[in-house]
Design a protein around this ligand. Structure first.
Ligand code: BES
Ligand code: ZN
Ligand code: ZN
Length: 502
């Protein structure tokens, strides 16, 4: 599907789309079409009680042949003062689903019908509608037999957005599309089954995708990591027949004297819980426990695709958490890369062990200006925030203010959560330096996990931890993507870089 932006309508369009804010009268191109069809559209618009012009509502009108088009689609945008980037994407996503269902092939979206009193400028409104269409068209069907597909179903071939602001909308969309490609890479990684995507194969996939774009990719294997003293990450991986890996990605698009931004991801390719094994119900979902690492890979891909003028280092710790005769146990004491010891009390609290070594390594080797980690770290964050908000733990108000603004700007919902001494105290052990489980394990689980990570952050280094356990996986189809991996984190972080670090 090709998405384009033009000043004038292309003759070949079979379907015309008219986005409308609530209470808006029929005018301009839509009025022309209405006159040509003896008031057909006005009749539908006024008489159809289902179409209330709510955000994402659609009204399809079959057009007579004489018009040269097959369908007119009215697309509700809701109240103009409530319009947002997020809202525009939802509307775009719903529009795409209708068009696909209709069998429309070449579509013109007429953006000139209308006042736009929303805070969102017209070019941003258009670009985000297009982004919604783009995100909505993502599918993961590589394991399905294509012979079962309907041969006649061509699908949407082209969508043209028609407006006098085509050029600035197109420029805004170029950045968004690079971001969408990063989201798709992250979704693909999360959606891969764990027998296909495991630490070694994952590292190869990352190399294959990123190296051609000029990203440097280095892979540390299990032997090397043992030698280097990454005892926390290696403990988690030791129960699996699939050896652990760490992948370090570097994008040097900025000036050589600029310190890199650091991004770290949890890449547990499957989390059974280990010896502290998880219940059977829904264990399959734990293939998404590498969602944090996938977001880092997606981010690197977006940046490289558009040649972003910034230096970034991304590091992902890749392990499979399995129970076996060689698995780590509750009561084990392991030594992390920074020399600190950790008492294991629950082998299912493994993400923090993978992250602490990866975080310590990145800070020591690359001295990043800021470091942000992403992880599907705790069930507790889902209890606290549900599945729409990513929880953010941050040791620096300035960094949080930037993330807050960029989250809103990108349409990804972020919510700040607390760190504090009370949580840190819970993570100290009587027999080792730290423990991997809170002392009062039932409460504040997302904060105690974050407090554990904080022990491994250098003093004065701005750091944020994003717990995406609730947001990395969509449990049902949504307007902007199907059930499955969402690519959570890519958009907020890409926007953070665009807004504050380029
Ligand atoms: N991968 C899980 C967290 C998770 C849960 C992610 C649900 C996505 C959806 C993590 O490794 C885990 O098992 N955490 C435990 C920690 C506990 C043992 C302290 C949890 O949240 O129950
Ligand atoms: Zn776990
Ligand atoms: Zn996990």
């Amino acid at each position: 599907m090709k998405i384009s932006f033009f000043n004038e309508l292309n003759e070949a369009t079979d379907t015309l789309v008219f986005p409308l804010f609530k209470g808006q009268a029929i005018k301009d191109a839509l009025a022309d079409l209405d006159t040509k069809t003896d008031g057909l559209i006005a009749t539908h618009y006024e008489e159809n009680k289902q179409f209330k012009c709510k955000l994402g509502d659609v009204l399809v009108v079959r057009l007579p042949k004489s018009t040269g088009h097959r369908y007119a689609v009215l697309l509700g945008l809701g109240e103009d003062e409530k319009m947002s980037r997020d809202g525009a994407e939802t509307a775009g996503g719903k529009l795409y689903k209708t068009l696909k269902h209709l069998g429309a092939e070449h579509i013109g979206v007429m953006m000139e019908q209308g006042l736009n009193d929303s805070d969102l400028p017209m070019d941003a409104l258009i670009a985000h509608l297009a982004m919604g269409v783009n995100l909505s068209a993502y599918e993961f069907d590589k394991y399905k037999d294509k012979r079962d597909a309907d041969e006649d179903e061509k699908g949407v071939e082209a969508i043209d957005f028609i407006s006098s602001q085509a050029e600035s909308a197109s420029n805004a969309y170029i950045v968004l599309d690079a971001m969408a490609q990063g989201v798709f890479f992250a979704r693909d990684l999360v959606n891969e089954p764990p027998n296909v995507l495991y630490p070694e194969s994952y590292a190869e996939m990352v190399k294959e995708k990123l190296k051609p774009l000029g990203v440097q990719v280095e892979v540390l294997d299990d032997k090397k990591m043992v030698k280097m003293g990454m005892g926390a990450l290696m403990a988690v991986g030791q129960g699996s027949a699939r050896p652990a890996r760490m992948v370090i990605m570097r994008w040097n698009g900025g000036s050589p004297d600029q310190k890199p931004l650091g991004f770290v991801g949890k890449g547990v390719t499957f989390d059974t819980g280990g010896i502290s094994i998880k219940p059977a119900a829904q264990m399959d979902l734990m293939k998404m426990d590498m969602g944090g690492s996938a977001a880092v890979c997606g981010l690197m891909y977006s940046l490289a695709l558009r040649n972003a003028p910034v230096n970034v280092v991304g590091a992902i710790g890749l392990v499979e958490n399995m129970p076996s005769d060689n698995a780590y146990r509750p009561a084990d004491i392991v030594k992390a890369y920074n020399g600190k010891t950790i008492e294991i009390l629950n082998t299912d609290a493994e993400g923090r062990l993978v992250l602490c070594d990866t975080l310590a390594y990145v800070q020591e080797q690359h001295d990043p200006e800021i470091v942000i980690d992403l992880a599907t770290l705790t069930g507790a964050i889902m209890v606290a925030l549900g599945t729409e908000y990513t929880g953010v733990f941050c040791n620096n108000d300035e960094l949080w203010a930037k993330m807050d603004a960029s989250g809103k700007h990108s349409g990804e919902k972020l919510w700040r959560m607390p760190l504090g001494d009370n949580f840190s105290e819970e993570m100290k052990s009587k027999v080792a330096d730290y423990r991997n489980l809170g002392t009062v394990a039932r409460y504040g689980g997302a904060s105690t996990a974050a407090a554990f990570l904080e022990f491994f952050i250098d003093k004065d280094r701005p750091w944020a931890h994003m717990d995406i356990a609730g947001t990395a996986w969509a449990h049902k189809d949504k307007p902007t993507g199907p059930m499955g991996g969402t690519g959570a984190g890519v958009r907020a972080l890409h926007q953070l870089i665009v807004d504050h670090y380029e």
